[in-house]
Structures are given as structure tokens and as C-alpha cells.
Design a protein around this ligand. Structure first.
Ligand code: B12
Length: 278
């Protein structure tokens, strides 16, 4: 099917613009709170809007669900996404590629940094049991995975990554309050640059609220967002190592095979129907 150039949300009928949004206002539950919710919805371009759910959250707050027709139209020619620039490989092909390129195992160190204790996401990528029917990186014969778990301080991560001679460091950030995910990741990438310069490992950040376009802002080589599968990450690692393409001696001291940043992923004004996950 050919993609339409201009699109609006679909609710009951094609292009009717119907959307549903939820939010909380610091206003006591009641008619004034509902009026405020409708006013906000109108200002967001939802007109007409209906409050379909309003629930008090304590004495001074109200949670809303508002349904209505949004006035905006999306021009698909203006959509910018990160395109995956590498092929998705099955585990056997990732192993073969890494073995051919490195002649030793690729070392991956993973952690949740800062105060973040949400380990389910990074475990989904690293643990052998994996995610969405795919085995995690621990399953890959040519990967050695060190999972440091939750609430790892950046200096400890850098120290451990150096001790393990990490080729790639994978950090997870789930909590986004006060932009903690951004600030923690920037602190991490700056610390690796300061400690290791050009010999730093490949830096990969992941979490549900990251946008794959944020790699430059975060100072990392690649960003993975919600729904990422281990196979996508393993394929990226193989690709990044191939980009560097310099085979190293087995376990040579201080070698960091994937350390050089690969080219930033291409962004493109979308010819695609939806954002392609990194
Ligand atoms: C489980 C959970 C917890 C558990 C965590 C247990 C654990 N060991 O992980 C517990 C109960 C400890 C917890 C605590 C808290 N939580 Co909590 N938690 C959740 C919950 C329900 C699910 C998260 C999850 O496991 N998702 C499943 C995994 C598989 O998905 P994922 O993390 O997105 O990971 C995928 C991708 O993002 C990606 N990915 C993630 N990391 C990485 C890393 C790399 C390198 C790569 C490549 C990919 C990648 O790959 C994964 C697979 O696709 C979410 C709500 C929700 N439904 O998402 C809230 C949520 C994340 N928690 C939240 C909050 C606020 C908290 C607390 C602050 C609550 C409190 N007041 O105490 C504390 C914080 C504790 C701390 N210090 O971090 C908020 C965060 C809000 C925000 N904007 O920051 C959420 C969104 C709930 C909410 N709606 O309010 N939480």
C-alpha cells in the first residue's frame, strides 16, 4: 500500500483525528478541574474535546482522560527517524563475524547507572533467557558478558570496564525524572572519554524513554529504545566491530576493539511508515 502524504489519527472513521490523552492537573476534583482539563485539551489542538474520565488523586489533584478530535495534520515528508544501517543477523552469524574480526571474545559490560534500579530492561538484553523470544547476549558464544546490575556509580563502571577490557559498555536508564537519564548518560560518556580517550569502549545507552536520535547529545555511539531485542543489539555490535575492522591479537593488553565510534546512524525524512527502532 502506498503511504499517504498527509495523515490524521483514525478513531471511528478514517481521518477523523480522534485521540485520547491522559494527564494530571494540580486542581481539586470537580467542575472547575474538568473545565481546566478541557481548556488545556483545546490549547493542545483537541477540539472538540470530552473528559471521559476524571478521578481525584488526593485532595488537590485530578487525573484525566480526554478524548477528542485533534486539529493537526502530519506531513509524512517532515518525519525524521533513525534508520537501522546494519542487517539483523542470527546468533550464529554474529558469532562467526566476531570470531573472524576479533579472534577472541567481545567483552560487554552492562549496568544500570546512577540511582536507577530498573534492571529488567538491561537483563532482557543481557541475560541468557532474553526477551521477545530471542536469547540474550549471554547466549552468544563469542560474547563475554559482565552484568553489573543496578545503581552502579559511573566511576565504578569506568573502573570495572577497564579491568575487564570492555569492548562495549551498555547502560540502562529507565527513570527520567528531572532528566536523570540524560544527565547520567552524559556523565558516563564524559567519564569514559576523560579516562580513556580514543581507546574508550563502544558506548551504548538504552531505555524506554530514549530517542535513538539522541546519540550525539548523550555522547554515545548508539541509543536503543523501547521494545529493543537482544538480536538487534548483537547485530549492532557485530556491525560496529566490522566498521572498525582491525583484528586484534587475542586478549592483547589494553586493546579495545570496538573503541572507535562508528558512523552515526543515518537520519532521514521518513519514507517509512513508522519510526524504525535502532
Ligand atoms: C518493574 C518496575 C519497577 C521495579 C523495578 C524492578 C527491577 N529489578 O527492574 C521497582 C519496584 C523496583 C521499581 C521502582 C521504582 N520505580 Co518503577 N517501574 C517498573 C515498571 C512497572 C516496569 C519496568 C520494566 O521492567 N519494564 C520492562 C522492560 C523489559 O522494559 P524496558 O525497561 O523498557 O527495557 C526495554 C527497552 O527499553 C530496552 N532497554 C532498556 N535498557 C536498555 C539498555 C540497553 C543497553 C539496551 C541496548 C536496551 C535497553 O530493552 C528492553 C527490552 O526491550 C515501570 C512502568 C512500566 N510499565 O514501564 C515503572 C517505572 C519505570 N517506575 C517508575 C518509578 C517512578 C519508580 C520509583 C521511583 C518509584 C518510587 N517512588 O519508589 C522506583 C525507583 C527505584 C529506583 N531507584 O530506580 C516510573 C518512572 C517514571 C519516570 N518518568 O521516570 C515508571 C515508568 C512507572 C510510572 N508510570 O510512574 N519500578
Amino acid at each position: 500500500m502506498t503511504e499517504k502524504r498527509h495523515v490524521r489519527p483514525y478513531g471511528d472513521t478514517s481521518g477523523d483525528g480522534m485521540v485520547q490523552v491522559s494527564f494530571t492537573l494540580p486542581v481539586a476534583h470537580g467542575p472547575r478541574a474538568e473545565g481546566a482539563a478541557l481548556l488545556l485539551a483545546n490549547k493542545m489542538g483537541i477540539d472538540p474535546a470530552m473528559v471521559v474520565h476524571a478521578n481525584p488523586i488526593g485532595p488537590d489533584f485530578t487525573f484525566f482522560v480526554v478524548y477528542g478530535s485533534v486539529t493537526h495534520i502530519v506531513d509524512m515528508a517532515e518525519v525524521v527517524v533513525v534508520e537501522r544501517e546494519y542487517p539483523l543477523l542470527p546468533p550464529g552469524e554474529v558469532n562467526t563475524a566476531l570470531k573472524r574480526l576479533l579472534r577472541r571474545k567481545l567483552v560487554v559490560v552492562g549496568a544500570c547507572i546512577g540511582t536507577d534500579a530498573h534492571t529488567v530492561g538491561i537483563d532482557a538484553i543481557l541475560n541468557i533467557k532474553g526477551f521477545a523470544g530471542e536469547k540474550g547476549l549471554e547466549y552468544y558464544r563469542e560474547l563475554r558478558v559482565v552484568n553489573l546490575g543496578a545503581q552502579v556509580a559511573v566511576p565504578d563502571l569506568v573502573k570495572r570496564a577497564r579491568a575487564e577490557k570492555a569492548d562495549a559498555v551498555l547502560v540502562s536508564q529507565v527513570v527520567t525524572q528531572r532528566d536523570a537519564h540524560i544527565l547520567n548518560t552524559q556523565e558516563m560518556s564524559a567519564a569514559f572519554r576523560e579516562a580513556m580517550g580514543e581507546r574508550r569502549p563502544l558506548l551504548i545507552a538504552g531505555g524506554p524513554r530514549f530517542d535513538p536520535r539522541m546519540a550525539g547529545e548523550l555522547g554515545v555511539d548508539r541509543v536503543f529504545s523501547r521494545g529493543t531485542t537482544p538480536g538487534e543489539v548483537a547485530s549492532y555490535l557485530a556491525h560496529a566491530v566490522a566498521q572498525k575492522h582491525v583484528p586484534t591479537a587475542p586478549d592483547a593488553p589494553g586493546t579495545s576493539s570496538a573503541g572507535k565510534a562508528p558512523k552515526a546512524p543515518k537520519t532521514t525524512a521518513a519514507k517509512k511508515k513508522e519510526t524504525v527502532r535502532a
